[in-house]
Write a protein that binds this ligand. Structure first.
Ligand code: SAM
Length: 253
């Protein structure tokens, strides 16, 4: 399977301890690790949690993990594609992983779909993706992904990891991010807000007047104080408030 599955393994002990510490800072009885691979991060997580669920797609790696943890009732190995695994089946959980970069965004989406069951997520991702996840409004990296995630979570970029820390080394720098769910999401209807954001950021350099042309009439756009702004100039809270105001006008958005 190899590189097709984004297999770049991390064995540097100090980094693995820092990632596990960031995931399990406070009491975390349950952690789901996505893509445990040869189990470096798994070993750092294990002493910190009472229940560890490992989701690994590669059958050879999953078999090795099964034999390593066969006498440990606190570790469950799920040989499956994480994107088709129902993460809610185990109840409230932390989610952690050195992610396969080819499916980072779908994994972040899939994790956030846990809603109130998500305690926190700590992911090692490509540096540019970490920048987009954590970006502030108005900055170059702020866009659809930033707004979607920040409507639900506080995002911290914790530290960088250079390619030399991995075997084999990836071509890009990496960074660890921590997503901590907000007590209440900024919008009551996240799927509808995501659809709205997708329209707002359709062409990032264009104004909302341009991007929302398909959703609102000309009169409605004329009455919109924000019409001449670009979506990236609004905070996530302002975008959520705008969505709340426009929803009655755009029932089929
Ligand atoms: N956690 C290990 C480490 O840090 O050394 C491995 C990380 S490696 C970047 C990504 C891992 O995710 C690989 O073991 C790969 O087989 C696994 N993987 C790739 N696609 C997957 C999927 N759709 N579902 C579950 N695991 C997947």
């Amino acid at each position: 399977m190899g590189r097709r599955l984004g297999q770049h393994f991390l064995f540097q002990r100090d980094l693995l301890e820092r990632i596990a510490g960031a995931a399990c800072g406070e009491a975390s009885p349950r952690v789901i690790e996505i893509g445990p691979g040869p189990g470096g991060l798994t070993a750092a997580l294990r002493p910190r949690v009472s229940e560890l669920i490992l989701i690994e797609l590669d059958p050879v790696l999953a078999a090795a993990l099964r034999s390593r943890y066969e006498n440990d009732p606190g570790v469950r190995i799920v040989e499956a594609d994480v994107l088709t695994t129902d993460l809610s089946q185990w109840g409230p959980t932390v989610v952690c992983g050195n992610l396969p970069y080819y499916i980072t965004s779908p994994i972040v989406d899939h994790t956030l779909a846990l809603g109130p069951l998500l305690e926190r997520a700590v992911f090692l991702v490509q540096r540019e993706v970490a920048a987009r996840l954590a970006a502030s409004p108005g900055s170059r990296d702020f866009g659809y992904l930033s707004a979607c995630v920040q409507a639900q979570c506080r995002v911290e970029r914790l530290f960088l990891v250079k390619p030399a820390a991995f075997r084999p080394p990836p071509k890009v720098d990496s960074a660890v991010v921590r997503l901590t769910p907000l007590p209440i999401p900024l919008t009551p209807d996240l799927p509808a807000f995501r659809r709205f954001l997708s329209a707002c950021f359709r062409q990032k350099r264009k104004t909302l007047r341009n991007n929302l042309g398909g959703l609102l009439s000309r009169e409605q756009l004329d009455a919109l104080p924000e019409a001449s702004l670009r979506a990236e100039q609004l905070s996530v809270a302002e975008l959520a408030a705008l969505h709340g105001r426009l929803r009655p006008l755009t029932p089929s958005e």
